[in-house]
Every structure is written in structure tokens, then in C-alpha cells.
Design a protein around this ligand. Sequence first.
Ligand SMILES: Cc1cc2nc3c(=O)[nH]c(=O)nc-3n(C[C@H](O)[C@H](O)[C@H](O)COP(=O)(O)OP(=O)(O)OC[C@H]3O[C@@H](n4cnc5c(N)ncnc54)[C@H](O)[C@@H]3O)c2cc1C
Length: 389
Amino acid sequence: MEQVNGGRASADDEAQILEAIDRWVEREVRPIARKFDQADEYPFDLVEQMKELGLFGATISQEYGGLGLSASCYASLVSRISAVWMAPTGIFNSHLIMAQAVERNGTAEQRQEWLPRFATGELRGGIGLTEPDAGTDLQGIRSTAQRDGDHYLIRGTKTWITNGVHGTCFAVLVKTDPDAEPRHRGMSLFICEKGEGFSVGRKLKKLGYRSIDSAELVFEDFSVPATRLVGGAEGRGFQHAVGGLELGRINVAARGVGLAKGALDDALRYAQQRRTFGKPIAHHQAIQLKLADMATRVEAARLLVEQAARKYDTGVRCDLEAGMAKLFASEAAVANSLEAMRVFGGYSYSVDFDVERYYRDAPLMCIGEGTNEMQRIIIARQLVERFPA
Ligand SMILES: Cc1cc2nc3c(=O)[nH]c(=O)nc-3n(C[C@H](O)[C@H](O)[C@H](O)COP(=O)(O)OP(=O)(O)OC[C@H]3O[C@@H](n4cnc5c(N)ncnc54)[C@H](O)[C@@H]3O)c2cc1C
């Protein structure tokens, strides 16, 4: 692939990749989505295909073997897959948040050692922040890493970790100084490959976002070389973790756009096929109002995501835009999935249609990468900062 802009993909490359994704989604993802979701079965074949498509290196620079996609292209790619089945996007997105933490904050040696293996999917995993007693309040985590010669010993439990069962490598947030004030100064991020002392506690059963493994991860005096402390210095882990959430939020927002569009597409088709009182329900005004609102939400959400992604691509701080996109697009997904349920009437309750899956999958987008309550707080804080009275 042509190398431009310091390892970023060209516009032509990006267009080709999006076309390849469209073909893959129709050929491989759509036919299996309903069956795998209902069986909560891990899509091993899709993972192999994702490797071939380069998705595990989608946002990693080309100099490390990635595709070097812009956030704009990445968001579009995620929306296209999510319009058919949202869950598989978590397999590479959580992995790419880990990769991004290393690419943005790691030492030169860490980038050389880890990114090429992440890009091929040889090493796959995700990001371990949340604990049983600390999610939104990340600075309240209790996991620790204690220096032991040229190693650290990690103790603690992480929960809800995407790819926790099938992934083997995770960026894990811990406290290297539990007494530090402010608390974030005592936090560090480590690259942890599964091994003795690092095990899966249990796989979590979920309402939606099925087929993808969410797990509890347990660290019992897990010994990790000091060279795996991201950036090589203690006390920066919170910034590393939170910094990575901008792209994560754009991704969740893109999933919301996709899911909201999937719900609209299905509702629009069904409304023209289903007839009551001698005409298609699409000709009843009550249904028309729903379709119009659903389509408007999709377009508005898409534009917000594009705006956030474009700003991210310029390298400027974009937590306001990413927060707005995440907030609006995830709520659009929830609203559209519920409206699709109403359009489908009794058949919405049938597992023979996809709308019940959209309805179960959509609420996750309001929770992941910072809850929507927190997005509103972030947006308001940014407004005050940018527009002081
Ligand atoms: C399917 C799934 C996959 C996930 N994958 C990952 C993963 O890969 N890695 C990872 O680290 N985590 C992951 N998570 C965890 C997710 O990031 C957290 O669930 C999320 O951050 C919320 O934390 P919590 O569940 O502890 O809720 P809490 O923090 O307990 O919040 C509960 C409620 O209180 C509200 N609230 C909390 N504090 C405030 C405040 N200051 N002001 C206003 N409202 C507030 C919240 O918005 C929410 O409504 C995943 C979760 C799910 C469900």
C-alpha cells in the first residue's frame, strides 16, 4: 500500500478498503449475524477474515504494519459493519484502543516491539480499565503494581473487559502509588500478556453485544517486566487511558450511527411490505412520522461523527466533538431500535427478525467509553472552558 503522510493511508486506499468492507459485510457478516448472536457463539472465522482485511491494524501507522486509516475512514468502516451487526466491531476496536495507547504514549522500543504484532492480529486483546468497584470513577481503581527489581507485581481484578477470553494481551491500568494525591498521579498503564498469575475469572453473560467475550480478568502477583510500563515512567497511566478514549468515543458513536441506520433500513423495508387496512403501513401517517424521525437521527448522528473524526485527524483535542457525537449517536441508536420495534409490531418480538437484536445491542453505546451522563458533563465543562464569560 502506498505510504503517505508519515504512514497514513491515501484517500484512494481508504476508498478501496471501504469497498472491500462492504463486500465482506454482505458476503460473510450478514448471513451469520442472527445465528451467532442467538447462540452467543464466538465468530472465529470472522476474526481470521478480519486479520486478512487488516482490521487489527486499521488505525496503526503503516510504518508499524498497520493500514494507517484516518479516524474519518475508520468511523465509516465501523458504521458500515454495525449497520448489519454491531458486536464484531468490538473485537478490533478494543484492540485498537490498546494499540493506540502504545503508539501515542509508548517508548520507541515499545512501539517497535508491540505494534507490528498488534497490526497483524498475531497478538489480540483490549483495554483493562474497569473494576468491580470503579467504572466511571476510574481514579478509584484498586489494582496495584508493585516494583520488584526489574519487574512489577500486579494484583487486582478487572471486569467487563472486551476480548477478555479470546484476547491474550491487554493494556491494564493500575496504581503504582495508591496514596498519591491527586489520585491520577499514582496511576500507570502496563502491557500485559496472559501468563502465570494473569487469568480469566469468568465470562460474563449479557443482554446484547453477544458472541463477543466480556470477562473478568484476575491478576495474582502477575509478574510483568518494567519494560512494559507504557512510556517508561510511572504516574501517566490515567492520561494515557483517558487520551485513548477520544478515538474510542468516535468508534462508539460510529457504531451508534450504524445501528440506527440498520434499524431504519429494516423498518423502511418492512413498512412498505406490511399491509393493514388495505395499504402498506408506510402509507399511514403514524408510521411515516417514525420513519422521518429515524432517518433524520441517522443523518444528524452521521454528521456529528464525521465532524469529530475530522477534528481528531487534525491532531487537535476533540473531546467536546467526540462527546457530542457519542452522546447523540448512541441515543439515536436506542431511539431508532425502539421505533423499529414499534414499526414491526408483534413481529418485533420474534427472533426471526433482527430488530430485537438492535434493541438489545443499542443501550451498550450509552454506557461504553464513558456513560452518556459523563458525556454531558464533559461537553458542559468544555463549553465553559472554550467560552469563558
Ligand atoms: C459490554 C460491555 C463491555 C465493556 N468493555 C470494557 C472494556 O473493554 N474495558 C473496560 O475497561 N471497561 C469496559 N466496560 C465497562 C464500562 O466502561 C463501564 O461499565 C462504564 O464505564 C460505566 O462504569 P460502571 O458500570 O462502573 O458504572 P458506574 O460508574 O457505577 O455508574 C453508574 C451510573 O452512575 C452515573 N454516574 C457515575 N458517576 C457520575 C457522576 N460523577 N455524575 C453523574 N453521573 C454519574 C453513570 O453515568 C451511570 O449512570 C464494558 C462494559 C460493558 C457493559
